[in-house]
Design a protein around this ligand. Sequence first.
Ligand SMILES: [Fe+2]
Length: 493
Amino acid sequence: MKKMFKKSVSIVLCIAMVMCACCAGVWADEAVETGKEPVRISNVINGDTASSRGFCWYTKSNTATKVEVFNELGEAVTATVTPADVFEWEGMFVHKATVSGLEAGKAYTYRVGDGEVWSETGSFTTDNQDDKVDFIAIADVQAGNQENFDKGAAVLAKAFEYMPAADFVANLGDFTDDSDNEEWDYYDNSFGAMNLNYTLAPISGNHDGLGVENWFNNMFNLDTTESVQTSDGVNYSFDYGNVHVAVLNTNDILSISIPQLNWLKNDMNGTDKDWKIVFMHKSPYSLGKDAKWPDALYLQESLTRVLDSCNVDLVMSGHDHMYLRTKPLTGNKLNDSGVTYVLAGTAGAKRYEIRSFLADYFLDTDFIGALTVQKDGYGNYWNGTDWNSTKETNIGGCFNTVSIDGGTLTLKSYILGDETQEATQIDEYTVTKTTGQNKATFSGDNTTSETEYNLGIVPSFFGLAAYTFTSWLPRFLAMVPELLYVFITEDTF
Ligand SMILES: [Fe+2]
């Protein structure tokens, strides 16, 4: 009898355990199967960096939009969470929520979700508004498969080893190659865990915005209040400590429109911060294969005039997958107190060879402060007189760290060697200045109405076309023999 009772209890327990296991499995899978699990989570700069952040994530099903923020003790903090309406995009549901009312200089953790199914916990620290600012910059991961996204993520992970307490990360554009669901999922697989734990300043690249309308703006919760348009990118600005940053959209009329230039001028004249930095995707000064086209070269005329007039210190960009830093320039001439342009190298696996003959037409070699080509089989290191030497350690993905401490800005650039998996420093550059000199000369409304933007489009295209036919084309035609030679010998131009 005792035996029978024991057996019965055992059977009941077994059945109960199997049922529990089944239920647990169903519940565990529920978030994935019902699509409530937040994916592609980003935490970006949105407004005041000392008190707010913009969160964006995707779900497969239409769920609520909630964010919880905790202090260092793990206690929920009273912050204002402003969710936007959920909308469907390419078969997924997009959630955006802005968190404001945070305290300056505080470390926070957070999670996003619908109130029942939550993400993993992420973290960020708000700007403490002192005069020390550290940030990482990468560009052009532009991968199309998981393997290459993993390589790009390894580069960013290495950057965090060199700058673990970075205030933010600037991604200078071309996050993906084709900007579709598959690639953004690859991106999320590779970068997602890291993305939870830093604040991002995203910049729209041509692969993020041109021909793939709205992808960029639908991936990130940026403050679009002052953006001149948002279909192929977003222009915005922010303060961090003693730095003012303007982020440009160089997909705007394939380059930059007059309304966006007007916005930039007002924006930069509206700050009294000690340092003025611009992030954008396309590079006015380069020697890669994309440096021969008028969309980027037009920036040498249209954009630099504004940068010069506003005392911008540093421009960081991407697009032409190599590393090139100019000496300070004003009006396309060397000037010690001018603007330094940094083409930040590619963090990805797609790297460009050098087109040295471009230097005869579009970039005075005297302007080059540092140059590294990251592609094997090409002269890859500028030694001040030529680019014919080769360094194996320069074949890899590039990352940059920028540290600002009062009146000193230090840029350090590195390559994570493909073979060595070790970082090699390829450049170090310091700018010093007397602080307290910048005065704000613009205040007030810096928004651009749709009508104003549309009215600005025709003259913008006219400006680009005029440059293309009168300045670019004659030089381009003159270098056709070199282009043909490259095409014949390298099957690309
Ligand atoms: Fe690009």
